[in-house]
Structures are given as structure tokens and as C-alpha cells.
Write a protein that binds this ligand. Structure first.
Ligand SMILES: Nc1nc2c(ncn2[C@@H]2O[C@H](COP(=O)(O)OP(=O)(O)OP(=O)(O)O)[C@@H](O)[C@H]2O)c(=O)[nH]1
Ligand SMILES: [Mg+2]
Length: 296
């Protein structure tokens, strides 16, 4: 008789920019989700599978929950909120340096409605003194009956072992949902489009990244030439944004392409030819039909 296999779905939810995607990557040991210092980076739910000895956890990284302004925001927050109902347990993440956020009351009211086993993860404990933790823990204990409150640094890995033990204790007997060699269910084309979006967040300023969407054709591999060809498009909302994104002498889009290619070459372990074009899809973030075309 073998040991009973344990499995479960756990969502990582919280306000924008607290480090949810960084945690998903840390837990799975692989870069599945893009990360940036700007809020509202993640726009879709991202699945990452942790394969333990005798257990499996399917993590779901979600867009940060915030007050919504455009159709894009509504789609992002709706996808995060739907996840509350589709998982076995919830990991609510906040950050120690900034424990309050306008998104938190919305997160907590979703939590109360979902009635699922939940833990609080306090991230970024590498930033600032740990004495700051106690009052945060007190405040959150009064707000919701969390099963555990665990301080971590998704960046340095501090506290992650303890967090995994906690997650494991929340699993139920069940069959694995994913085969042991599968890390995610997202397509390669989606992942490539996200990497390009990450470089847009890194290379551009102010509101511009929020007006960009990226679509990618499935990559064409040519093993004889050790080459992958990728056609990608950046969609912006106006002609003036297109001008800024291309930049003088095409400098900006070249920088985005260069940074993307470096990361994609590591992933494919081949040379990458990246055909990156910019097109205007007028006010796409406010148009539900355009959103669907662009994957939101
Ligand atoms: N110092 C420190 N920085 C962190 C930590 N975790 C994440 N960060 C940084 O916080 C920023 C936001 O990280 P993300 O993982 O993109 O945050 P997110 O919650 O997924 O953000 P959204 O997708 O916008 O909701 C990035 O600059 C990360 O490098 C941490 O433990 N310590
Ligand atoms: Mg994210």
C-alpha cells in the first residue's frame, strides 16, 4: 500500500504589485509569469504546477485586484475574482512595506464570499525592519480568520519552505491534475507575448505600457539553421503612442526587441529572429470586442 497522493488548486490573490508573480516563479522554480516594478503587470490567470514527492499543487497567479476604470481593468479583476471560486484554497498576498492598499477591502470581501481555507502571505520582508510585522499581523488577524500568516521574501526565498509546508497541509487526497513533466498549461505563443510585454514595461514610461497589448503567431522552428522565427505585434491605442513606442530612428522598439530576443534565445536554446511590428488598434483597452481579439 502506497501513501495517499495529495493534490489541490491554490490561488495567489491580492492587490497589484505585491509580488504574486514573483512568488509563482519562486515556488515553481521557473519563469512562468512576467514581473515588473509597475502595478497591473499580470492581466491573465497564470497556472504553475509544483510537483512534490507524493503531492502536487496547482498554483494560480492572478491579476492584482484594484478599482476598475476601463474594460481591460474589468476583465483583469473579473479573472482574479472568478479564481476565488475555482480553487481549493487561497493565498492572500500583501507586502510589508505597504500593508494597506485600496484593493485590500475588495480582496477581503471576495474572501468572505468564497469561504475557502485561506492564509495571509506578507511579502517583501527583506525590505525594512521585521518589527514592522507585528502590527500588520495584528491588524489582519482582526480582519479575517486566516489559517496562518506567513512572512516571506519571494525575491530572496526567505520563508518559502515554511509556506510550502503550509500549502501542503491544505491539500486533500486526490489524483495529480497534470503529468509530472508539465509546468503550466499556457501556450508557448502566450508566454512569448508576455515576455515582450515585460520588456515594454521595462523600456517605456508612464502610461504607455498600460496601452500596449502583444499578439504572437506560433513560432516557426528551423532546427537545421538552429533558428526560431517569431512574428509579434504590439498593439497601441493611438498614433501618438505608436510614435513614442517606435522612438526616434526606431530606437525604442529596437530596444524592446533586443531585450526580448535575449530572453527568448535562452528559452528556445536557438537563435531567434523576431519580427516586431507596432500597429494602432484604436482605444482597444476600452473596447470589449478588441479585448477579446487581443486575449483578454
Ligand atoms: N524587495 C522585494 N521586492 C519584491 C519581492 N517580491 C517581488 N518584488 C518586486 O515587486 C515588484 C512587483 O512584483 P510582481 O511579482 O510583478 O508583483 P505582482 O503582485 O505580480 O503585480 P501585478 O501583476 O501587477 O498585480 C517587482 O519589482 C518585484 O521584483 C520581495 O520579496 N522583495
Ligand atoms: Mg503579477
Amino acid at each position: 500500500m502506497g501513501m495517499t497522493f495529495l493534490a489541490g488548486f491554490i490561488a495567489i490573490v491580492g492587490p497589484p504589485n505585491v509580488g504574486k508573480s514573483t512568488l509563482l516563479n519562486r515556488l515553481t522554480g521557473s519563469k512562468l509569469a512576467i514581473v515588473s516594478p509597475k502595478p497591473q503587470t499580470t492581466r491573465n490567470r497564470i497556472t504553475g504546477v509544483y510537483h512534490g514527492d507524493g503531492y502536487q499543487i496547482v498554483f494560480m497567479d492572478t491579476p492584482g485586484i484594484h478599482k476598475t476604470h476601463t474594460a481591460l481593468h474589468r476583465s483583469m479583476v473579473a479573472s482574479a475574482q472568478a479564481t476565488f471560486n475555482e480553487v481549493d484554497a487561497l493565498a492572500v498576498m500583501i507586502e510589508m512595506p505597504r500593508p494597506e492598499d485600496p484593493g485590500i477591502p475588495i480582496v477581503l470581501s471576495n474572501l468572505r464570499r468564497a469561504q475557502k481555507p485561506s492564509i495571509l502571505v506578507i511579502n517583501k520582508i527583506d525590505k525594512g525592519h521585521r518589527e514592522r510585522l507585528l502590527p500588520i499581523i495584528d491588524t489582519y488577524r482582526q480582519r479575517y480568520p486566516f489559517e496562518a500568516i506567513i512572512p516571506v521574501s519571494a525575491l530572496t526565498g526567505d520563508g518559502i519552505e515554511r509556506l510550502l509546508e503550509q500549502f501542503k497541509s491544505m491539500l486533500k487526497p486526490g489524483h495529480p491534475f497534470f503529468p509530472s513533466d508539465m509546468m503550466t498549461d499556457q501556450s508557448e505563443a502566450f508566454w512569448v507575448s508576455e515576455i515582450i510585454r515585460e520588456k515594454i514595461y521595462a523600456c517605456t514610461r508612464q502610461e504607455l505600457p498600460y496601452s500596449c497589448a502583444v499578439t504572437v503567431e506560433p513560432a516557426e522552428e528551423n532546427p537545421e539553421k538552429n533558428l526560431v522565427s517569431i512574428m509579434a505585434r504590439i498593439h497601441v491605442e493611438s498614433e501618438s503612442q505608436k510614435g513614442i513606442l517606435i522612438g526616434g530612428k526606431g530606437k525604442m522598439v529596437k530596444a524592446i526587441g533586443q531585450a526580448s530576443r535575449e530572453e527568448l534565445e535562452k528559452f528556445f536554446r536557438m537563435k531567434v529572429f523576431l519580427d516586431l511590428t507596432v500597429r494602432v488598434e484604436k482605444n482597444w483597452s476600452k473596447d470589449p470586442r478588441a479585448l477579446r481579439r487581443l486575449g483578454y
